[in-house]
Design a protein around this ligand. Sequence first.
Ligand SMILES: [Zn+2]
Ligand SMILES: [Zn+2]
Length: 258
Amino acid sequence: MEKTNFHTHTSYCRHALGSAADYAASAASAGLSELGFSDHGPFPNHDFGLRMLAEELPAYVAEVKQLQKQYQNKMPVRIGLEIEYLSFQEDWYPRLFQEYSIDYLVLGEHFLEASDHELLNIYAATSTKDYLLYAAALEKGMHSGFFAFVAHPDLMFFNNFAWDDNCEKACDIILSAAKELDMILEYNANGYRRGRQEFCDGARYSYPHRRFWKKAAEAGIRTIINSDCHDPAQVWDWAMDQAHEEAAALGLTVVTTF
Ligand SMILES: [Zn+2]
Ligand SMILES: [Zn+2]
């Protein structure tokens, strides 16, 4: 099996260990055939905290470009960012490609537009109704055309609510948009690192959520397995092995590049 990873953080985000060079070295020694950096992307006039500042973007890009040169005969390295889709930031995404030479964007919807510019933190949903807002935000982001794939589309299950109709609906909204657009969804290994936890409807991982991914397998959604590493030792670790095993057991349509 081809080993690749396109969801890699660096210390620029202030909650990950190690430089881009440390992650590249770890990827090369694990035998990855391709590596993509996708640190948390900034917005020019809105600081969410725990991510690089817009002023730091040129330095991040320069560091990764240097690694592209260093590894050019061994392992292609791509420059990406993980970032939210926010309609009032529409002008920012093309600038990331054109002015900052970003190769790809990952839709990582940690904050979403609940209503007119009001932002909702999906880690702090107040009920499963918020999952419908999350699903609608992902759908809009997918339709925007700026994103190569969707990071942890099942992130909402981080919250402790029992499975209900809203969960079912939110999954269906996300999966049918992905199907329609042939969008790649990410099976995120970092959920395994968070551990199996006791939720009100039983023990499970916060994500990947089996019910979501069973539906994704049935729908034949193209799926990419990524590390979402915040430590160079995690570029390829037990969680990546587990993610590949579970994805195969679920019968997911796995792609290793895009
Ligand atoms: Zn992070
Ligand atoms: Zn991430």
